[in-house]
Design a protein around this ligand. Structure first.
Ligand SMILES: Nc1ncnc2c1ncn2[C@@H]1O[C@H](COP(=O)(O)OP(=O)(O)OP(=O)(O)O)[C@@H](O)[C@H]1O
Ligand SMILES: [Mg+2]
Length: 326
């Protein structure tokens, strides 16, 4: 069963009278335990939307609910304890050790020293930093990517059900970024948080999110799971964000199972592919082997059907046509 963790009802934010709203009547329902990516150009209202969830910014009108309760009526401290927040540009306290940075919220909550120490070490482990090596350092003695990991650890410290992340991997090299993305996916698999992540990067959104919310000029222009967004961008603007390699991304998000002919005969000696693999992986196998069909196997390695090369090409080319009419 799913339940709505965060809801925006006609949320509007105008910073100054007479100016165009930064966030313009946004409606949004975010399911518990899912990852939602907010994406759009600079200045479209992503950070403002996120800040309204933890009341760093108050809406001009409309309301935001968490677990069905209007946050306007909640004590701010209680609200913020249920939210982990990774701010844009990290924002670690420079004069404090890594351990103390991570422990900020547990300390506010009055945890005892032993519990805090254990928690800090567990979190450093979780984000892939050796506690013995990093616990006593200062932020300036860490690389940018390591600091961003600490930012994520700090947000997770009090085990909040909701995690808000504002460009947590901005300005990182592609390899570090990919590593951190993988860690977030792992963390999400283990902990099942409700995550809202702001990003500029469509690849990141496609990789991490269950749903992508595309914003433009303060408005939501499309909300959809990555595969649907790739298949049917609602406007030319969304299509342009998806980029030239939309088809590749589509193949990455389409499981082999979707295009397989289950129960179909397979030629002996056909290369194999897992049901759960992506069509992008299948494309690689087709290219490497030159085969016309693959034997599709279930998790036990038993052949359950066939994947034909033409089916993949038809799928990709029909999607290409859809894109050009969009
Ligand atoms: N405190 C503020 N006072 C006045 N205007 C603001 C304030 N904060 C944001 N804005 C304006 O609101 C709009 C949305 O800003 P916001 O920070 O939400 O954008 P963003 O989508 O996060 O952009 P970026 O990708 O550059 O971080 C912008 O036009 C910005 O100038
Ligand atoms: Mg921002």
């Amino acid at each position: 069963m799913t339940s709505t963790a965060i809801e925006f009802n006609a949320v509007l934010k105008t910073f100054r009278d007479g100016e165009k709203p930064a966030v313009d009547r946004v409606d949004l329902a975010i399911e518990a335990g899912t990852t939602t990516a907010l994406i759009g150009p600079s200045g479209c209202g992503k950070t403002t939307s996120l800040k309204m969830i933890n009341r760093l910014v108050e809406p001009t009108s409309g309301e935001i609910l968490i677990d069905g309760r209007a946050i306007r009526d909640m004590p701010v401290l209680q609200l913020r304890r249920s939210l982990g927040y990774v701010i844009q540009h990290v924002g670690l306290f420079p004069h404090m050790t890594i351990a103390r940075n991570i422990a900020v919220v547990p300390q506010l909550l009055g945890w005892d020293r032993k519990r805090i120490t254990e928690r800090v070490d567990a979190l450093l482990d979780l984000v892939g930093l050796d506690p013995d090596e990093y616990r006593q350092r200062r932020p300036s003695q860490l690389s940018g990517g390591q600091q961003q990991r600490v930012g994520v650890a700090r947000a997770l410290a009090a085990d909040p059900p909701i995690l808000l992340m504002d460009e947590p991997f901005g300005a990182l090299d592609p390899i570090t970024r990919a590593n951190l993305q993988r860690e977030i996916t792992d963390i999400q698999r283990k902990l099942r948080k409700t995550i809202v992540i702001v990003t500029h990067d469509m690849d990141e959104a496609v990789k991490l999110a269950d749903r992508i919310v595309v914003m433009e000029h303060g408005r939501v222009v499309q909300t959809a799971p990555p595969a649907d967004l790739l298949l049917r961008p609602a406007t030319p603007f969304v299509a342009s964000l998806l980029g030239e390699d939309r088809i590749i991304k589509l193949l990455q998000t389409t499981p082999v199972e979707r295009l397989s002919e289950l129960g179909a005969e397979v030629e002996a000696q056909s290369p194999t592919i897992g049901l759960e693999a992506s069509m992008h992986h299948a494309l690689t196998v087709f290219l490497q082997t030159g085969a016309a069909q693959l034997s599709v196997e279930n998790a036990k390695g038993v052949s359950v059907g066939a994947l034909r090369r033409e089916v993949m090409f038809e799928f990709a080319s029909s999607e290409q046509r859809n894109a050009s009419c969009a």
